[in-house]
Write a protein that binds this ligand. Sequence first.
Ligand code: GRF
Length: 204
Amino acid sequence: MFTIGVLASGKGSNLGAIINHVKSGFLKIKIGVVISDNPDAFALEIARANGIEARYIEPGRYRTILDPEQEKKYVSCLREHGVELVCLAGFMRIIKKPFFDAFEGRIINIHPSLLPSFPGLEAWKQAIDHGVKFSGCTVHFVDQGIDTGPIILQAVVPVLEDDTPERLHLRIQEKEHIIYPLAIKLISEQKIRIEKRRVLIDEY
Ligand code: GRF
């Protein structure tokens, strides 16, 4: 069965959504392993509670990237578990070259804005501060830039006048929990093609 690995640093609501879509039969995939750089990530608990292999792998001495030695351990762990697609779900580290080489074109991410607007941290807050009327979320392939890879799916969320960053983020996350599982389904069923930067989706 098509096997994914999930990398998460935080609360793991996207992991939870993926698991629910596996349970419902919408996703016919296996979650081979969940890895975190944070031993206290709730994502690890969600994985364990659902009988999924959960690993904390030390990130090393840097704050925004993985120590190269540690990054190799992430790659080995994903390989050991037969992972074909790596799904970043709130993973707070930038992936470097050895990781790309190992999983070229097979790493995806969910980002809480309509890219290319508002890459980077706290995108929902950036959207409010900028004054856009609509924001949303994006599932994209990961390339060597920050939130710059080819876009697979997007969903739009209106920004309300009395929105706080927290409220907007929550509404964006409701959409994340729909489009991330859908993107995984499309990839697992080989329904997408990439032409230059454009991701083309076959009928589904
Ligand atoms: C999500 O908003 C995602 O877009 C961003 O990090 C957050 C992770 O949330 N990359 P969760 O841990 O899945 O709840």
